[in-house]
Design a protein around this ligand. Structure first.
Ligand SMILES: Cc1cc2nc3c(=O)[nH]c(=O)nc-3n(C[C@H](O)[C@H](O)[C@H](O)COP(=O)(O)OP(=O)(O)OC[C@H]3O[C@@H](n4cnc5c(N)ncnc54)[C@H](O)[C@@H]3O)c2cc1C
Length: 400
């Protein structure tokens, strides 16, 4: 395994670093403090689009650079170190593009990818979750039976589907132009067979945005409800042209490490801030990093951070050069989630009372880390999916 970046990757990494310091840093804290309905940084999206961050994974033919997982990680590592919300606004879009790139028909790619490429504010959302379908909107652990799981229905009528239902917690719900939505095309089948993906432009009659959720962290990365009332969608918008759930690995290509990459970048920012503070703050006649228990806490955190980052780079390398390794990406997701929260809590404690003051970024790192744990499935359910993979390896006689 070789983690050295190519010259092209180094160039885009330093572009991301510059963008984060010059454009994100000055607005990050005010976006976090603003209300959830007023803090979306459209100007930043336009500036980042011009640099290619919104469309990173699009193949060159459609105006992107077809970024692999290592390149995506290098960029998130820079952007999310400064602000996880602003980073995720771009990363959510470029990972959602993968559904179309990997799962769309040629006609769908020709129809939608140029729209994404040519409009600096064109964002994508991938609505799956519903009030009654959380963990069981996915099939990596559950296969929800008929009558449970995703219940937004898409009824076929001639050359159209008629969609009715309600989604919630949907990232880019209030800001996206296109929804790549999980819908029940066969209510009598379990999720794995009865759910399909429909491409639904936001301006389709019958689509409306409900409440915008006010969250603990990741505050400038918006989620909302989406309401669908007799929405008529052409059958040509059925992703991949056929009904039935996508293989969960379709469209991963970097998506698998995207949330852990955010977690580790935030943990690194929190730990750097704590080390700097502990090296400056004096109590008991010396700087607090020289008090043994503070020193040990920081050393423990650094150990966790390095282990998490090694796992993350290994997962990105594997994804890039060998294809997605479902077990490794789940290990990475679990470890990075648990570790980032631990690091952020300890870092906050090093700040004493300052740690909980709203004007200090340290408390924001912890809120962001906790919120991320819920952004794409939950750690508990990812553990169950991992155990299921281990069980199937045992049954197939392919354990290491
Ligand atoms: C910031 C953010 C962004 C999001 N973005 C999107 C998005 O873009 N698109 C989208 O579709 N959804 C999105 N979601 C929703 C997210 O995917 C769900 O919140 C998540 O899948 C969990 O569903 P739930 O909240 O309904 O919890 P539930 O599924 O109700 O789970 C509740 C608790 O029970 C536990 N649990 C569930 N099943 C089991 C089990 N079998 N064994 C043990 N424990 C279990 C869970 O771990 C959790 O602790 C987002 C959520 C957040 C917070």
């Amino acid at each position: 395994m070789y983690f050295e970046l190519t010259e092209e990757q180094k160039a885009i990494q330093s572009l991301a670093c510059e963008f984060a310091r010059n454009e994100i840093q000055p607005i990050a804290m005010s976006l976090d403090l603003a209300s959830a309905t007023e803090n979306f940084p459209w100007e930043l999206v336009k500036k980042g689009s011009k640099l290619g961050f919104r469309t990173l994974t699009l193949p060159p033919r459609w105006g992107g650079i077809g970024a692999d997982a290592i390149t995506q990680l290098a960029i998130i590592d820079e952007l999310a170190y400064v602000d996880a919300s602003c980073s995720k606004i771009f990363a959510k879009n470029w990972t959602a593009c993968r559904y179309l790139i990997a799962g769309g028909t040629e006609e769908q790619k020709e129809r939608f990818l140029p729209l994404i490429r040519d409009n600096d504010t064109y964002l994508l959302a991938t609505p799956g979750t519903e009030p009654g379908a959380g963990a069981d909107k996915d099939t990596e652990y559950y296969d929800a039976p008929p009558g449970e799981g995703v219940m937004t229905t898409a009824r076929r009528e001639g050359n159209h589907y008629v969609v009715n239902g309600r989604k919630h917690f949907i990232a880019h719900g209030p800001t996206a132009s296109l929804f790549i939505m999980r819908v029940r095309t066969d209510p009598s089948a379990p999720m794995s067979k009865g759910v399909s993906y429909l491409l639904i432009p936001r301006d389709t009659p019958g689509v409306s945005i409900g409440a915008i959720h006010d969250k603990l962290g990741w505050r400038a990365y918006p989620q909302s409800e989406i309401v669908l009332e007799d929405v008529v969608v052409p059958a040509a918008n059925l992703l991949g042209g056929k009904e039935g759930y996508l293989n969960p690995e379709v469209g991963r290509g970097g998506r698998s490490i995207e949330v852990p990459a955010h977690m580790m970048a935030v943990a690194r920012a929190a730990l750097d801030a704590a080390i700097a503070y502990a090296g400056m703050r004096r109590q008991g006649g010396k700087i607090i990093i020289q008090h043994q228990s503070v020193a040990q806490d920081l050393a423990d955190c650094y150990t966790l951070l390095e282990a998490g980052r090694s796992l993350l780079w290994r997962a990105a390398w594997t994804d890039t050069y060998q294809g997605v390794n479902p077990a490794l990406t789940r290990v990475c997701r679990i470890y990075c989630a648990e570790t980032s929260i631990k690091i952020c809590i300890t870092a906050l404690q090093v700040f004493g009372g300052y740690g909980v003051m709203r004007e200090m970024p340290i408390q924001k790192y912890l809120r962001d880390a906790i919120t991320m744990e819920h952004g794409e499935s939950t750690t508990r359910v990812v553990k169950l999916a991992l155990a299921k993979l281990m069980e199937s390896r045992f049954k197939a006689g392919t354990l290491c």
